[in-house]
Design a protein around this ligand. Structure first.
Ligand code: PRP
Length: 222
């Protein structure tokens, strides 16, 4: 039996949303109300005359909604995809939300050199797996201190020697006396699709991917 639910698209709230909206508009995906100001978490909308709906959720939760099939597709940062490794398709780099995942620390500590093999270090991050993997490869015993945000504070209050966090302009690091030690990878937002949805609703999903692809190409060239 055909799935009659409106196609559901999970959007990351926060700073990515501002860059997402022009891309959605250029692709013909139109929310019925202002997703930046509404307090609703689910908003109706349309694409090519068909009803769709948008979920407005935390970036780290987009992977979960799409993996579980609660959303058919979504927009997620590469950082979340690398950290949580959800079982989803990733058909398109949207080239928004560009930043990098870095190891950072207080200027004096970083300038004194990277921690030696066999040494111990405390690392504040919300990227527990990525930070653990990195320090494992360095042969450094890292105690991961999980935080949900404002990682830059942890070294200032003596809770950690390093942070693993996103850096965009570098403004937050600078304002808190921290510098980058290493870039782990470049980050941008990706379109992700639930594999079962892709199999059963391909005729609805494929045109959206194609329209978004064109919108990305246009904004990249313009
Ligand atoms: C992100 C990131 C850094 C900051 C980097 O945090 O975690 O703190 O932005 O940006 P910048 O290099 O341009 O200063 P966000 O503001 O999204 O909030 P959070 O700390 O709650 O994650």
């Amino acid at each position: 039996m055909a799935d009659t639910r409106p196609l559901t698209i999970a959007l990351s709230k926060g700073r990515i949303l501002e860059q997402t909206l022009p891309l959605l508009a250029a692709a013909g995906l139109t929310p019925a109300e202002d997703v930046q100001t509404t307090r609703k978490l689910m908003v109706g909308g349309s694409f090519a005359g068909q009803q769709v709906r948008f979920l407005i959720i935390r970036p780290a939760d987009v992977c979960t909604y799409v993996e579980q099939g609660a959303a058919d597709m979504g927009i997620a940062g590469r950082d979340s995809l690398l950290e949580y490794r959800p079982h989803v398709y990733e058909p398109l780099d949207l080239k928004i939300g560009r930043c990098r995942l870095c190891v950072c620390g207080p200027k004096a500590l970083v300038e004194a050199g990277a921690p030696e093999r066999g040494s111990r270090i405390r690392v504040a991050t919300k990227y527990d797996h990525l930070a653990s993997e990195y320090y494992l490869a360095q042969g450094v015993h890292a105690e991961i201190i999980h935080l949900y945000g404002s990682m830059e504070l942890a070294p200032l209050v003596g809770m950690a020697e390093r942070i693993v966090d996103l850096v965009e302009t570098g403004g937050t690091l600078k304002a808190n006396g921290l510098i980058e030690e290493t870039t782990l990878c470049d980050i941008s937002s990706r379109l992700i699709v639930n594999p079962a949805s892709f199999a059963t609703r391909k005729s609805q999903i494929q045109p959206i991917i194609e329209q978004l692809r064109q919108a990305v190409d246009q904004s990249d060239n313009g």
